[in-house]
Design a protein around this ligand. Structure first.
Ligand SMILES: Cc1ncc(COP(=O)(O)O)c(C=O)c1O
Length: 503
């Protein structure tokens, strides 16, 4: 009997892996890849989001598992540099979730290694937004910082950036940390000018917005800060969200634009010094920056004297921060690398699916208020938008298709959600709605009123909590599923209108 070489054996395992995955993972394929998922209207669930993968990702996972490096290593290094290249940022660091990424971004800015006036200290204020996902906000509260909440706009889902100036307190405000809501960039022009005026950090929570871009008007004074970046023919500058602030974060949990199961990243946009701080907090708080499996990168492993440790104490075991361990496995990065290759197609599918739904539901504006990209004033039936006079533009990589039920509609948001559930159409509220009304935040206001400061009446965040719902735009949706969603919603509205007339 001939013995297979180890490499041939591995290749055979991978061949069988592909065959297996091709047989059993049909429902997870992209909606339009020539082998669309099976769909029986009314019987098959139409998820609002989920893992979209083929045998390629499964092969990458098995191959990495057979290599059994386990801890963040070669695949992680490649993923980090490919993500940084995609975003156009200095460096991206992988972590085990988007929430961990947010925690690290804030923790890094508390470092004693930063200039005193830039360092976040307990009691300092960080401006954030009331509507959205809790872990955009909870890390700053966990660090003993005060969260200053501005309101959100129910149409874009994004912060009302015109309130930033009102939220500012000289000497107290140190940073702004906000999310680009559901794949719609927030007003970066207003936010960046505000941050620049007052010398504040900006952390972009880009967890729901990978692949969105923002165009800064040719007349923006901010453009002087980007002398080397290529301009559009009209002199404006277009860059991905996540590449404008100081730090930005990603989530790679399944509903997001790419997935590795669990996972996330912190990106360091420009200042190299921040990389060492983020890495230190990610990796136990250590002072040493050697990658896993390597020693003595600094060439003076036994040449340091820090804290009250003896001279020559091993740098590998010197801790300059009270850190965490938030690293993912290398196998996750291997999956992520395959997903990154598919990212441009995923982003395009999200845009196309949003337009298909928008066009199919266009005649329902009397009952449903549809989302608009930030800076857009109107959607046109040819798929284009009318824009405001700022000269700034957004290109959305939609996380979901957001709708707000008008108060005068003959049905409520709850009626609508129940109907979608009955039809097996996945739907979600805009995460935590008005976060300030969530039990954890109500408790915090009670326990430590100084931890939260609120700007304005939060009418927008309440509206989002009461009237908003979203359905999927993710690349797993097939044409048949989109048609089913549109026909179902049309039928629901017709039926609600005719029964309201009868009563
Ligand atoms: C805006 C935003 N930030 C952060 C997160 C947290 O990401 P993760 O689930 O990977 O912890 C989410 C989760 O969906 C999110 O929507």
């Amino acid at each position: 009997m001939t013995t297979m070489s180890n490499e041939d054996l591995k290749q055979e395992i991978l061949r069988l892996t592909r065959e297996y995955s091709s047989r059993v993972h049909g429902q997870n394929r992209p909606g339009e890849d020539g082998r669309p998922p099976k769909f029986i209207p009314g019987e098959t669930t139409v998820p609002y989001a989920g893992r979209v993968f083929t045998e390629d990702e499964v092969e990458a996972a098995v191959s990495s598992t057979l290599d059994f490096w386990l801890t963040l290593g070669p695949e992680g290094d490649k993923f980090e540099s490919q993500l940084a290249d995609f975003l156009g940022v200095r460096k991206s660091l992988l972590v085990n979730s988007g929430s961990s990424a947010n925690l690290l971004a804030i923790a890094a800015l508390t470092s004693h290694k930063l200039p005193a006036e830039k360092r976040l200290r307990p009691g300092d204020e960080v401006i954030t937004v009331a509507a959205g996902f809790p872990t955009t906000v909870s890390p700053l509260l966990q660090q003993g910082l005060t969260g200053v909440f501005i309101d959100a706009d129910p149409i874009t889902g994004n912060p009302r950036c015109e309130q930033l100036e009102e939220a500012y307190v000289p000497g107290k405000t140190k940073a702004v940390m906000m999310a680009h809501a559901l794949g719609n960039p927030f007003d970066l022009s207003t936010t960046l000018q505000f941050c620049k005026r007052h010398d504040l950090w900006l952390i972009e929570d880009n967890c729901d917005a990978l692949g969105c871009s923002y165009t800064m008007s040719a007349s923006s004074p901010l453009l002087a800060d980007y002398p080397k970046e290529p301009r559009n023919p009209d002199g404006s500058l277009t860059k991905y969200t996540g590449s404008w602030g100081d730090l930005s974060t990603q989530s790679f949990y399944p509903p997001h634009h790419l997935t590795m199961g669990e996972g996330g990243a912190v990106s360091i946009v420009r200042q190299a010094a921040l990389k060492v701080l983020v890495e230190s907090f990610r990796d136990w708080g250590r002072d040493c920056w050697c990658p896993s499996g390597k020693d003595n990168t600094c060439n003076k492993r036994f040449g340091w004297q820090l804290g009250e440790l003896p001279e020559g104490y091993d740098h590998k075991y010197i801790y300059s921060h009270l850190g965490y361990n938030l690293k993912p496995l290398d196998t996750q990065a291997a999956i992520g690398r395959v997903q990154l290759e598919k990212l441009p197609a995923f982003i395009q599918a999200r845009k196309d699916n949003w337009q298909t739904l928008r066009a199919g539901l266009a005649d329902l504006e009397e009952y449903i208020e549809f989302a608009l990209p930030t800076h857009a004033t109107k959607w046109n039936s040819d798929g284009t938008f009318e824009w405001d006079s700022t000269g700034c533009r957004t290109d959305c990589s939609w996380f979901g298709f957001k709708m707000s039920i008008r108060p005068e509609a003959p049905f409520t948001r709850t009626d609508f959600a129940k109907f979608l559930d009955e039809r097996k159409i996945g739907n979600r509220m805009l995460f935590g709605g008005n976060l300030l009304r969530q039990p954890a935040f109500v408790q915090l206001k009670h326990d430590n009123p100084a931890a939260i400061r609120i700007i304005g009446d939060m009418r927008g965040a309440d509206e989002i909590m009461n009237r908003t719902i979203f359905i999927g735009t993710y690349p797993g949706l097939s044409h048949a599923m989109l048609t089913y969603i549109i026909e179902s919603i049309q039928a629901f509205c017709r039926q609600s209108v005719s029964s309201s007339k009868l009563h």
